[in-house]
Design a protein around this ligand. Structure first.
Ligand SMILES: [Zn+2]
Length: 318
């Protein structure tokens, strides 16, 4: 009997030991077990105890990794998994890719931006081009004819928005003998300011600064009427060019062949520099805005002149 009991007891010992070991095993290495099983196919039998362990031991880590910090870490391996062709990773990668696309769609709001960009180009529809006072217009055109200005009255330019001129003139000759090249469209008030400036200051100044025989022959313009915002900046206020109030001058051509390009000349020590600074300052007598070359980044190669009507007759000349 004894001899029989011993083998039984001996046989029972390893079984008990294995049982105890089996009890110990899942408790000790719960962390390493979860990760390999999660990646390999999980039959399901071990799921319950693992979840319990995971809940107790790796809850904090899972929270830390999974909630927010886990997202960037997951994003890196995704391209590799997809390239390797693992089905499980593929599906999760696809889902995440779709999520990314879905996230991008609402986050990409170029639509509202475009909507914000587009309206300014056609300025607000409420205001219309200003009506020209009939008497003032007639006085103005009479003055132009005395000065020898060559022009014709065009049909009303109406819109879009505030853009346009009620009584536009197409000017081909600024004063007698001085061509406007190319012909430009503007209000009469603009044409008259240009004509008086050319007659009273440009020509006399040229005779002193350039040569006794210098006669202004041509004003080479870069822009007259055009429907656009200030400095072509979207969303900016509508330019005085869009109301027929402005002209940009690129250069002046004289009878002796001299061409004076409008360029920054504040420190130009030549007679030409003195000429440009003088006619630029004189332009402020006739125009309400003078932006000489070099006055700002957008006025480097032309002189902007306009007859904008400011409160108190204020003039802005730089
Ligand atoms: Zn301009």
């Amino acid at each position: 009997m004894v001899s029989l009991r011993k083998p039984i007891a001996l046989a029972a010992l390893p079984a008990a030991a294995l049982f105890l070991m089996a009890l110990d095993l899942p408790e000790n290495p719960p962390v390493p077990e979860q990760r390999p099983e999660a990646s390999t196919a999980q039959p399901g039998s071990a799921a319950a105890p693992e979840k319990a362990d995971a809940a107790t031991e790796t809850e904090d880590a899972a929270k830390a990794e999974g909630a927010e910090a886990g997202k960037p870490a997951e994003e890196a391996p995704k391209p590799d998994a997809a390239a390797e062709g693992e089905d499980a990773d593929k599906s999760s990668a696809d889902e995440e890719a779709i999520e990314k696309v879905e996230e991008d769609l609402p986050d990409d709001p170029p639509v509202p931006e475009e909507r914000a960009d587009n309206p300014p180009t056609p300025p607000p529809a409420d205001p219309k081009p200003a009506k020209e006072d009939a008497e003032a217009f007639n006085r103005c055109t009479a003055e132009l004819m005395k000065l020898g200005t060559a022009f014709k009255v065009l049909d009303t330019i109406d819109g879009p928005g505030i853009c346009g001129i009620d009584r536009p003139l197409e000017v081909t000759m600024v004063i007698k003998g001085v061509e406007l090249s190319p012909a430009g469209t503007m209000r009469c008030e603009t044409a008259l300011a240009l004509a008086n400036w050319a007659k009273d200051y440009v020509n006399p100044t040229a005779k002193v600064a350039l040569s006794k025989d210098a006669e202004l022959k041509r004003i080479n313009q870069a822009s007259t009427y055009i429907c656009r915002s200030r400095n072509n900046v979207e969303g900016a206020k509508v330019s005085e060019h869009a109301k027929g109030n402005a002209i940009d001058i690129a250069s002046l051509t004289f009878s002796d062949g001299t061409v004076v390009d409008m360029e920054p000349r504040m420190t130009d020590g030549t007679a030409t520099g003195a000429f440009q600074r003088t006619v630029s300052a004189a332009a402020c007598l006739y125009f309400k805005t003078v932006l000489a070359p070099g006055s700002d980044a957008t006025h480097q190669d032309h002189m902007h002149l306009d007859v904008i009507d400011r409160k108190g007759g204020y003039r802005y000349c730089r």
